[in-house]
Design a binder for this molecule. Structure first.
Ligand SMILES: N[C@@H](CCC[C@H](N)C(=O)O)C(=O)O
Length: 288
């Protein structure tokens, strides 16, 4: 089985072409490839599959083997992957996910994909669909007690669940302490991807993320969108924002007329590989 390692601002994934290869038990494969000692090492596995109603279908699996609905950095990388490997010549394509079909547009210069924009559509702000357990219709800037602190949280779905809390001095924020407690907070029946964000200027945010089923990652595409949405809804930022993360900067636009969220940023093909002796399906394996 051949694979490709790609990274988008340090949010790294193993991509497997499931159009020309037959993949069974992707949940188990995800645990193996994601392991940084026994496998390739990644924040998850991405399968690129044929689609009935779009150009391609993306499936994304977290390192614990759970399947997520969507991933912002991975979907942009899928756009680059299919163009880079000549699977398509299209520079604008529709990619199916559990969270719906998203449009991905490539910026190609001298034959190379330099930037990729993904349209995520509108964020889902209805609390019941975020999902958050509350009587409120929307969960915006609401006090939430976590361990010894109260955060003001805005919850939403980008297809996957997010919560955003604004903090001061995010670089010194104790993410290891509050991240897991927030991810597993009883408010979120499906757990949540948790963004702790600092406003640097109305057009610049810096955030750190504690991802559901992963932990801290260097960047999160859907988390970048969620941070800007929460910033706009609470009057903290503009609709066109550069979002800083540990792994780099991404640009987010939240269109006032259509309500669509656009994310633009790079993706890098790091290396191609082929599994030799590793057996992803081994019983009682050390990556379980
Ligand atoms: N890194 C991602 C999100 C990946 C999925 C997430 N861990 C979940 O379980 O929802 C991004 O770039 O959006």
């Amino acid at each position: 089985m051949r694979f490709t390692k790609m990274t988008s601002l340090g949010n790294d994934f193993v991509f497997v072409d499931g159009i020309h290869q037959n993949i069974h038990d992707p949940n188990r494969l995800a645990k193996f490839v994601s392991n940084r000692n026994y496998g390739v090492g990644a924040d998850g596995l991405v399968l690129i599959c044929p689609s009935q109603n779009a150009d391609f279908r993306m499936r994304i699996f977290n390192p614990d083997g759970t399947e997520a609905q969507i991933c912002g950095n991975a979907i942009r990388s899928v756009g680059k992957f299919v163009y880079h490997y000549g699977i398509t010549r299209k520079t604008r394509m529709r990619i199916e996910t559990i969270a719906g079909v998203k449009v991905v547009t490539l910026d190609v210069k001298s034959g190379k994909v330099v930037n990729i924009t993904a349209n995520f559509g509108s964020p889902i702000l209805e609390a019941a669909k975020a999902p958050v357990i509350t009587d409120l219709e929307q969960f915006i800037d609401q006090p939430v007690e976590v361990l010894d602190r109260t955060f003001h949280v805005t919850a939403m779905s980008l297809g996957n669940p997010h919560m955003v809390a604004f903090v001061e001095d995010v670089d010194h924020f104790d993410l290891e302490k509050y991240g897991p407690a927030m991810e597993h907070h009883p408010l979120y029946p499906e757990r949540a991807n948790c963004e702790f964000a600092e406003i640097l200027a109305p057009d610049r945010i810096r955030f750190r993320v504690w991802e559901r089923s992963v932990g801290e990652t260097l960047a999160c595409g859907t988390g970048s969108c969620a941070s800007v949405v929460a910033g706009v809804l609470t009057g903290r930022c503009n609709r066109s924002v550069d979002v800083e993360q540990k792994g780099g900067v991404i640009h987010i636009e939240w269109d006032e007329c259509t309500g669509d969220l656009f994310m633009t940023g790079p993706s890098t093909v790091v290396f191609d590989g082929e599994f030799v002796e590793g057996n992803p399906y081994e019983e009682n394996a050390p990556w379980d």
